[in-house]
Design a protein around this ligand. Structure first.
Ligand code: CU
Length: 70
């Protein structure tokens, strides 16, 4: 089932950060769409909950070097 979440992410300061996050998440199996709102420090992810959990998405953002605000 397709699900959409919004994640607050700290540490993204430029377009380079935004595309790094987008790239890391797009690579994940089950992630369908990633939109980064740099001005709002927000990442919107559409994913298939049968294939990936939201916790894995948050973990991947942290691994890329950014801070996820829960
Ligand atoms: Cu940057």
């Amino acid at each position: 089932m397709s699900q959409k979440i919004e994640i607050q992410v700290h540490g993204m300061t430029c377009e380079g950060c935004a595309s790094a996050v987008k790239r890391a998440l797009t690579k994940l199996d089950g992630v369908k769409d990633v939109v980064v709102h740099l001005d709002q420090k927000k990442v919107c992810v559409t994913f298939d909950s049968a294939h990936i959990e939201a916790s894995k998405i948050r973990h991947t953002i942290r691994e890329a070097g950014y801070e996820v605000v829960d």
